[in-house]
Write a protein of this length. Structure first.
Length: 332
């Protein structure tokens, strides 16, 4: 268990340091929406900086002038009144202009036209489910926590929530948008260059809110098409003897009641689809690096690693755990 906790710490340090790709920052914009938001941030900082400097200058001038000034006269009082009135008008104008700039920036983000099929993003406690829709239902598939998109293309996301309000936020690519139970919101995602961009839930959603991360993997169109074809296929049949035995463990234990693996009898819907779980870089919504040891630690005691999550403790022998982790690692 100490090894699992150490792996958890290393994974978080890697994510926060930006080792999975570009540093997570709204100022490190790599998409049109993020660039517009960055411009809005710079505008706010510049205007507020100028206002701060002017206020400080006027305050210093007033203090110096008051020290050397004779007793107030009526004309002095009138001058001060005009100055205060001018300041109120200037404040109103600045706030109005910033509000208009904010409105149009937000509107331009929400109304971008998407070029490709919609991806349904569903927030769960505490992980992300992605459904890649296709006109042919046989080509529609589900994955979890890692969102692949082609570079240079506007991707329309349909945002939904199962349980509580979540918020989808990938700072490098776009702004925040809430996922509200019973309501569909939309967001456009666009990456200008290949890379791995970290995001997370930005709305407090319960005990493990801070452990609800996601990765957006932006790929060249040809690489994305290859990934799509691989994900649409059924799960690979295991070849390693431990993995073959692990498949039997999975099917005979409660695992198959909660998780789906296409091409097998497992068709559960309450947990992430595991058809190609071995191809993902992280498990537990960014909690641990996806290694066989991490998978075994998660299966052995998910409540210690992520207290409150919906995966129950499944009693397994050491041999069954070894076999099951081998099977999960082969699902690529």
């Amino acid at each position: 268990m100490k090894i699992a906790r150490a792996s958890l710490l290393v994974a978080h340090l890697l994510l926060l340091s930006g080792c999975t790709g570009d540093p997570q920052s709204a100022l490190n914009a790599e998409g049109p929406s993020a660039m517009e938001l960055r411009g809005l941030i710079f505008l706010f900082v510049a205007v507020c900086g100028v206002v701060f400097i002017l206020v400080m200058a006027v305050m210093v001038w007033a203090l110096v002038r008051r020290k050397n000034q004779a007793p107030r006269r009526p004309q002095t009082e009138r001058s001060m009144g005009r100055a205060v009135g001018a300041a109120i008008v200037a404040t109103f104008i600045v706030i109005t202009l910033l509000t208009i700039a904010s409105f149009y920036t937000t509107r331009s983000i929400d109304w971008r036209e998407a070029d490709t099929a919609t991806i349904v993003v569903r927030g769960q406690q505490w992980w992300w489910q992605f459904t890649y829709l296709d006109a042919d239902p046989a080509k529609t598939f589900l994955t979890a926590n890692e969102l692949h998109i082609p570079v240079g293309t506007d991707i329309r996301l349909r945002l939904e929530a199962t349980d509580v309000i979540h918020s989808f936020w990938v700072p490098n690519l776009t702004g925040k948008q809430d996922l509200v139970p019973g309501r569909e919101n939309e967001l456009t995602l666009h990456a200008s260059k290949p890379g791995i961009y970290r995001g997370q839930c930005a709305e407090f959603c319960g005990l493990q809110h801070s452990h609800m991360a996601l990765l957006v993997i932006a790929e060249e169109p040809e690489d994305y098409d290859r990934w799509l074809e691989a994900q649409r296929s059924a799960a690979y049949e295991p070849t390693d003897s431990d993995a073959v035995a692990g498949k039997l463990v999975f099917m005979n234990k409660p695992c198959a009641a909660c998780h789906a693996i296409r091409g097998t009898g497992a068709a559960g819907t309450s947990g992430p689809d595991l058809t190609h779980v071995g191809s993902r870089s992280m498990i537990g919504a960014g909690l641990l690096e996806n290694t066989r040891g991490s998978v075994a630690a998660w299966i052995a005691d998910p409540q210690t690693l992520k207290p409150g999550n919906n995966m129950p403790l499944v009693p397994l022998t050491g041999e069954e755990l070894r076999q099951l982790s081998a099977y999960m690692s082969e699902l690529r």
